[in-house]
Design a protein around this ligand. Structure first.
Ligand SMILES: Cc1cc2nc3c(=O)[nH]c(=O)nc-3n(C[C@H](O)[C@H](O)[C@H](O)COP(=O)(O)OP(=O)(O)OC[C@H]3O[C@@H](n4cnc5c(N)ncnc54)[C@H](O)[C@@H]3O)c2cc1C
Ligand code: SF4
Length: 462
């Protein structure tokens, strides 16, 4: 008879909207072993082909059954350097778990929960082992950006004996993992632990350093770096381009989340970073960023928190779990709806917005059904804070200051997909700066590919 899939305990929704503590509480040993026992160790291992970095999923699950939890974490780390992060934020339901054989008849094995469990066990019990580092090669690599792409490249190259320096524009490393994803989904201490472990193995972090402004890529070569990896992400917020977007109280999701997460506005009054605490908050968009923003607004005191999304729930790009959590917390969804203007008061502060209802037409280039406006369906919503979370583009700073670096029409750096090498010899790139906004695991996967190619390049370079 089938063992039911384990349910991860969570903070009660009525309680958690008043704090920033993590929502899912993790599994205990007994729950993890029971869940691991559900895996039938398929010969073909379809789950592995669903994982962008091909983690040996049945292999690590077997180690859980043997009660070797730290061994299981190390098994994952053979191909994925960030299991505590990925166990929390990967869209497993569309990757490994979607292909799990058990899912055909029953519920798939909770692979993400197990990944999180072993990574937390290893860290919390101080069982993380420093990686073996090869003898020094004398080669130096500069990494620009400390998100999952840059961190993965750094972790792989330091093990091969190269000297690695990460240049980060913000005052803390981690990229979106720290400035975007809120504490209630990914505690900062987990990312910090990964960065600290890297620093212990010799990776140097130069924070508050904007490459392209302080030093250019060419200047990094002049300083003696043998190769450069660009992992600068897609951090330039998109706006709707509608009237009233400059009103006070209309934030980009980047600014809103950065103020809350990285500048710790969430920890008031211990930190008094200015942030608008709206009572009626509308977040525009349907991705993870939108869910993170709307759930943050509740925790910062909103009475009404709305998601306004122009398509239906089926087309929402956010992880299903995050939409579910937002609904549980009382977020109100205005689907098939788009704003057409923001309305200000006499002090230039946003006080309302005008919305238009939509219906779904034929699929567009993205394969999703195109939203079509319904004439005359306009209505007004009272709001005192709006967060625009409709995606990000790549920051043009590095392409503009690096002659000969090719980008596509969206400003993303173009690379040879096998090696992640750009049009400039010795310059590699990966993560969101190449793909546009994607996922943590894809950024980490690109970092792995780039690290292999950078190693080959610098070792063969005369
Ligand atoms: C709010 C939010 C929630 C998300 N939720 C999820 C999720 O649940 N699951 C998931 O898989 N993905 C999620 N994503 C997407 C995921 O976080 C990204 O795909 C991933 O972080 C990209 O990694 P990266 O290394 O390419 O870039 P980033 O994480 O963006 O890191 C880039 C770093 O480069 C730095 N930088 C930029 N320009 C310069 C410069 N000129 N000099 C020096 N440093 C520079 C930036 O400050 C930043 O720290 C989310 C994204 C956001 C914004
Ligand atoms: S597909 Fe599911 S049941 Fe089969 S090996 Fe992978 S996790 Fe186990």
């Amino acid at each position: 008879m089938e063992i039911p899939r384990v349910k991860m305990p969570e903070q009660d929704p009525t309680e958690r909207i008043h704090n920033f503590r993590e929502v899912p509480c993790g599994l205990n040993e007994e729950q993890a072993m029971l869940e691991a026992a559900r895996c039938i160790e398929c010969k073909k291992q379809p789950c592995v082909s669903g994982c962008p970095v091909e983690v040996d999923i049945p292999g690590f699950i077997k180690l859980i059954l043997d009660k070797d939890f730290a061994g299981a974490a190390r098994k994952i780390k053979e191909t994925n350097a960030l299991p505590a992060v990925c166990g929390r934020v990967c869209p497993q339901e569309e990757q490994c778990e979607m292909l799990c054989t058990l899912g055909k008849k029953f519920k798939p094995v909770a692979i993400g929960y197990l990944e999180r469990f072993v990574a937390d066990y290893e860290r919390e019990n101080n069982l993380v082992q420093a990686p073996k580092v090869a003898p020094a090669t004398g080669k130096k690599v500069a990494i620009v950006g400390s998100g999952p792409a840059g961190l993965t490249v750094a972790g792989d190259l330091i093990k091969l004996g190269h000297k690695v320096t990460i240049f980060e524009a913000l005052h803390k490393p981690g990229g979106v993992l720290v400035y975007g994803i809120p504490e209630f989904r990914l505690p900062k201490k987990i990312v910090q632990a990964e960065c600290d472990a890297m620093a212990d193995t010799g990776v140097e972090f130069e924070n508050s350093t904007v490459i392209g402004k302080m030093d250019t890529i060419d200047e990094l070569f002049e300083q003696g770096f043998d190769a450069v990896f660009i992992g600068t992400g897609a951090g330039l917020p998109n706006f709707m381009g509608i009237p009233g977007e400059n009103l006070i109280g209309v934030y980009s999701s980047n600014e809103y989340l950065t103020r809350s997460n990285l500048m710790r506005a969430y920890d008031f009054p211990n930190n008094d970073t200015p942030i608008i605490h709206g009572k009626n908050v509308a977040v525009l968009g349907g991705g993870n960023t939108a869910m993170d923003s709307v759930r943050t607004s509740l925790r910062l005191g909103a009475d009404n928190a709305y998601i306004v999304y122009r398509r239906s729930e089926a087309e929402m790009p956010a992880r299903i779990e995050e939409v579910h959590h937002a609904r549980q917390e009382g977020v109100q969804f205005h689907l098939l709806t788009t704003p057409i203007r923001f309305i200000g008061d006499d002090q230039g502060k946003v006080k309302a917005m005008e919305l238009l209802k939509m219906e779904l037409g034929e699929p567009d280039a993205s394969g999703r059904r195109r939203p079509v406006p319904i004439e005359g369906s306009n209505y007004i919503m009272d709001v005192d804070l709006v967060v625009v979370a409709i995606g990000n583009s790549s920051n043009p700073l590095i392409p503009r200051t690096t002659p000969g670096l090719d980008v596509n029409r969206w400003g993303n750096i173009t690379v040879n997909e096998e090696t992640m090498e750009t049009s400039r010899p010795g310059v590699f790139a990966g993560g969101d700066i190449v793909t546009g906004g994607a996922t943590v695991i894809l950024a980490a996967g690109a970092g792995k590919k780039a690290a292999r190619a950078i190693h080959k390049y610098i070792m063969e370079k005369k």
